[in-house]
Ligand binder design. Structure first.
Ligand SMILES: [Mg+2]
Length: 387
């Protein structure tokens, strides 16, 4: 047993927040608390947790999780849960490193020999997807995800939807499967029309067909289409998720390990999903620590389906002028860990979450790193539209 001696966080480009936990026996682990566009809020929440948990036993991961959850009185939500996530992932990494085993070994061992992954194409105003799809195919991907539309009015012209169908057809013609992210930006009057138009072309799934705060509408939506319904990046713990499982309104759950309480909670969420015949496709347009931890979970989770990864995602290029592009491999020492072949990444051979973080680079970039801001979308009348 060894007590936690420090918990540090690092704001880094392009828009990530890493967490490092160290213990008195010289061990350490890395986590990720990235909550896109809300960096300062997470840092504040982490400050509070750091004040509480320095001095706790690093091995007592569940006790720390329960303490953060229950003794904060207020609980849940993107901010609190992303802060807990970073510490939880780091504690699991630390424990597995100390025991000199890969994390999946502590989670019951492997149930598969490689991990299916997908990457993004298209950006927030999707165009030229055919060329990007070809590039992804050449990189080794067999599946991609793209935004179904740009920003859209509450009730827009039906003609605004036709290009979504054409883009899906173009990507499928390249020989890739494609998930379509409605991004919560398409409201009910348009979403149901778009699903009907897309259905003959068999997208792999529709993501966030409507915002998660409309469970009754999502249930109704799911009964109108044969396309698998996926969501979950804006659900933060098992109590958020249970109503969707009980309503049988989703087919694929997409919890994000950096927002849903870390390794501990995503494992419990996965088991709940298994009991309702719902697959797990962890969300992760984030950094290398979140992805590495997700891969360890994927290896040990029976109802895992496919893992999102942010390699080349448009957000990774949104850095200040002159700062260059930061991507998954900027902060890891062995860049072969995230290599993709035939749509899969291989089982990492390293201990812990399977990557060695380049701490010197993290510290260098974090020195003068501005917080990333969410995008702003407005319609032609100036009214706010969903990002
Ligand atoms: Mg999404």
């Amino acid at each position: 047993m060894a007590k936690i001696t420090s918990i540090e966080y690092f704001r880094v480009l392009p828009r990530w927040l890493f967490v490092k936990v160290a213990s008195e026996d010289g061990q350490y682990g890395w986590g990720e608390s990235t909550l896109e566009g809300h960096t300062e809020a997470i840092e504040g929440s982490l400050d509070e947790l750091i004040g509480r948990f320095v001095g706790y036993e690093a091995d007592d991961i569940e006790h720390i999780w329960q303490t953060a959850w229950r003794l904060g009185f207020y609980r849940g939500g993107a901010v609190f849960m992303s802060a807990i996530s970073g510490i939880d992932i780091a504690l699991w990494d630390l424990k597995a490193r100390k025991l000199k085993v890969p994390l999946y070994s502590l989670l019951g061992g492997k149930v598969r020999s490689r991990v299916a992954v997908y990457a993004w194409i298209g950006g927030d105003r999707p165009s030229d997807v055919e060329e990007q799809a070809k590039q992804r195919k050449a990189q080794g991907f067999t599946t991609v995800k793209m935004n179904a539309t740009g920003d859209l009015g509450w009730l827009d012209s039906p003609s605004a939807l036709q290009s979504s169908v054409e883009r899906l057809k173009a990507v499928k013609a390249v020989g890739l499967d494609a998930g379509l992210d409605f991004h919560g930006r398409i409201h009910k009057p348009m979403a149901k029309q778009l699903a009907k138009l897309l259905e003959p072309h068999q997208p792999l799934f529709i993501e966030e067909p409507l915002l998660s705060e409309h469970p009754e509408a999502i249930k109704h939506f799911s009964q109108q289409t044969t396309i698998p319904i996926a969501l979950g990046e804006r659900l933060y713990h098992r109590w958020d998720i249970k109503q969707f499982l009980e309503a049988s309104s989703i087919d694929i759950l997409q919890p994000d390990i950096s927002h849903c309480g870390g390794v501990s909670e995503i494992r419990r969420i996965a088991a709940m999903c298994e009991a309702y015949d719902v697959g797990l496709a962890p969300h992760c347009p984030l950094g290398p620590i979140a992805l590495a931890a997700s891969i360890q979970v994927a290896l040990s989770t029976p109802n895992f389906v496919i893992q999102e990864m942010s390699l080349g995602i448009h957000y990774n290029k949104m850095t200040p002028p002159g700062a260059g592009t930061y991507d998954l491999n900027n902060y890891v020492k062995d860049t072969t860990v995230f290599e993709v072949n035939e749509g899969y990444v291989k089982v990492p051979t390293g201990v812990g979450i399977g990557i060695e973080v380049d701490e010197a680079e993290v510290r260098r970039v974090s020195k003068d790193c501005k917080a990333w801001r969410c995008l702003e979308f407005h319609g032609p009348d100036g009214a706010v539209r969903e990002w």
